[in-house]
Design a protein around this ligand. Structure first.
Ligand code: URA
Length: 233
């Protein structure tokens, strides 16, 4: 990798600022000042900037227990961003694998590996996402049976051309349900319950495919995925 790229990967410098830092003789490779930005370096080299040694940021995979009031987005709006909860370098490179609404809590996978992310979100893969839902209105008896049937067959959401893909609805009690989706349309869970005249008051994602939210993580906490978890997709 070129030295200017190495610096932009490991520091807050852009490549053009990295070149300027090299020109000011601030960058050393294996103890020698290097001014040529095209110099090839790798993990076997000791690279430093202003005396601080630098290590390449590798590909990262982690799970976050997203609290309410945090946005799964790349740009700051009204709310703090999911990647800002991760106290690692260069977290702006970590993208959420499928978003949750600001008020939704639960499992968010984050990575800088676009291909891995695509394997999970690609509609072709039909990856199951499990949501715990709290409803404003009780849903029981015949009405619950009709909802289960309707979700299994697919419902046409406002503004959509095609019905939703088969979804498994399980009622835990009159106002609490578990819904398993194999797709991820915008606000899908809330819109599905709106389509049957109900309203979601609380929404929590508990798993994505074979990866369940680690019960040891409090809202706002995160951990790296294990090798097995990464390999599961
Ligand atoms: N469906 C929703 O309505 N909101 C989410 O955050 C996730 C799925």
């Amino acid at each position: 990798m070129r030295l200017d790229k190495f610096l932009s990967n490991t520091t807050d410098l852009t490549r053009s600022l990295a070149k300027k830092a090299m020109h000011r003789e601030e960058v050393m490779v294996d103890g020698v000042v290097v001014k040529n930005p095209a110099t090839q370096v790798g993990s076997h080299n000791r690279v430093s900037w202003l005396g601080q040694s630098l290590a390449l940021v590798g590909t990262r995979y982690l799970m976050l227990h997203k609290p309410a009031g945090v946005e799964c987005s790349a740009r700051r709006g009204l709310y703090p961003l999911a990647h800002e909860l991760i106290e690692l370098p260069k977290t702006e490179r970590l993208n959420p694998v499928g978003r949750l609404d600001v008020d939704t809590t639960g499992l968010v996978l984050m990575t800088d590996d676009g291909q891995w992310s695509h394997r999970i979100t690609s509609p072709k893969r039909r990856c199951e996402k499990v949501y715990d839902v709290k409803l404003a209105e009780p849903l029981e008896g015949e009405e619950a049976r009709r909802a289960i049937e309707a979700f299994r067959e697919g419902v046409l959401l406002d503004g959509e051309e095609h019905p939703t893909k088969p979804a498994e609805l399980e009622m835990i009690d009159a106002q609490r349900a578990r819904l398993v989706l194999i797709e991820g349309k915008y606000h899908q869970v809330k819109r599905m319950f709106a389509a049957i005249g109900n309203h979601v008051t609380d929404l929590h994602r508990s798993s994505i495919g074979p990866i369940a939210l680690d019960a040891a993580l409090a809202p706002g906490e995160w951990r790296h995925l294990s090798e097995d978890e990464v390999a599961a997709f």
